[in-house]
Write a protein that binds this ligand. Sequence first.
Ligand code: S3P
Length: 438
Amino acid sequence: MTSRRHEGWIATRGSALRGGIVVPGDKSISHRAVMLAALADGVSRIDGFLEGADTRATAAIFAQMGVRIESPSTSRRIVHGAGVDGLRAPSGVLDCGNAGTGMRLLSGLLSAQPFDSVLAGDESLSRRPMNRVIEPLSRMGARIDAEDGGLPPLRIRGGQRLEGIDFQSPVASAQVKSAVLLAGLFARGETSVREPHPTRDYTERMLSAFGVDIEHSPGFARVRGGQRLRATDIAVPADFSSAAFFIVAATLVPGSELRLRGVGVDPRRTGLLAALRAMGADIVEERSASHGGKPVADLVVRHAPLRGIEVPVELVPDMIDEFPVLAVAAACARGTTVIGGAAELRVKESDRIAAMAAGLRSLGVQVEERTDGAVIEGGALRGGAIDSLGDHRIAMAFAVAGQCVDGEVAIKDVANVATSFPGFDDLARQAGFGLRAR
Ligand code: S3P
């Protein structure tokens, strides 16, 4: 049974979460691995590739541009790089599906190609702001037309000569930074990006692994245009953002002791660990290792009672994808949790502040919605009905909520869970969740 075949789930209390599980590969790293391998000279092997709809859409886009990509087995890709000058004009629209990362990073890369291209996405992606990439790329000389308000589809005019820029990004966004750096690879001179808060540096590190000379430090990156990429092999760790649902569930369900194996624990991704520990969670990192220069560890999570906190604003970019599940932890904690400085949540796959507030209220939780966050009163949850608004992380967060409810949580519209976490429902049941198709 996979999530894709079902319209919805019923989540109920299950058993204590025990044993060891491995969640699928990191989405951010999988997107970038395919992109850079496609641009490299030579053959790259990717292990641990996320078989999600988002990352498969990115791979399909490169195949449409003439890159040969073999899938010898699940989670493996062999990419025959076309070289920085080897992509071919696609014959149709390039469909990014649900993936903001796919569309924004590709907008940078395609701005520098000799051919025209069109990037489109699903209903959710078609509502997400693209001016944040169009503006800096246009300053570099790119020509991109969007719908009113800077919305997709993006029509990118090829054959432009790009110039390097020194870009001070107004948003802490790894996608914006990466779009500019990828365009910078093809631009004349140097391209620098400065961020208001350091974000995940996967693009910078992976460019370096592909032999590109790039200077970077937290919040800053600079690349010189005109360099070639050298094929390399990439091992993708388990995605912390997928592990997050199990971390919170094991924390909330009495008697749990769950080991999540081989999770990427980059500090720019693991703000949730700091927030949960401040709330009283018991999470231990074991078997820590370095995986291509990045930390990976087993996370051992034991049940612990939680108390509400004021989430430190400086943690927000490091846990930006984890707020749906943090909100569930807050609803089950003793006392009040205050989330602020997180207005970006309004422009994710859904308006996540509104989606979480509505969902939690239907479970009887008191929530005050704010422009840039929410105030959540912890307490007992009751059964209710949730509309995930087609947002994978909202759907999975409420599957976690169902583990703490006397009654049933009915979750509508869960097909998009397959964008980031194919097989979530099977793995969740295996770990101890009460979760079935409705
Ligand atoms: C991502 C960056 C973040 C994150 C998204 C993946 C990436 O988005 O929310 O899920 O892979 O670079 P922003 O760059 O919009 O913050």
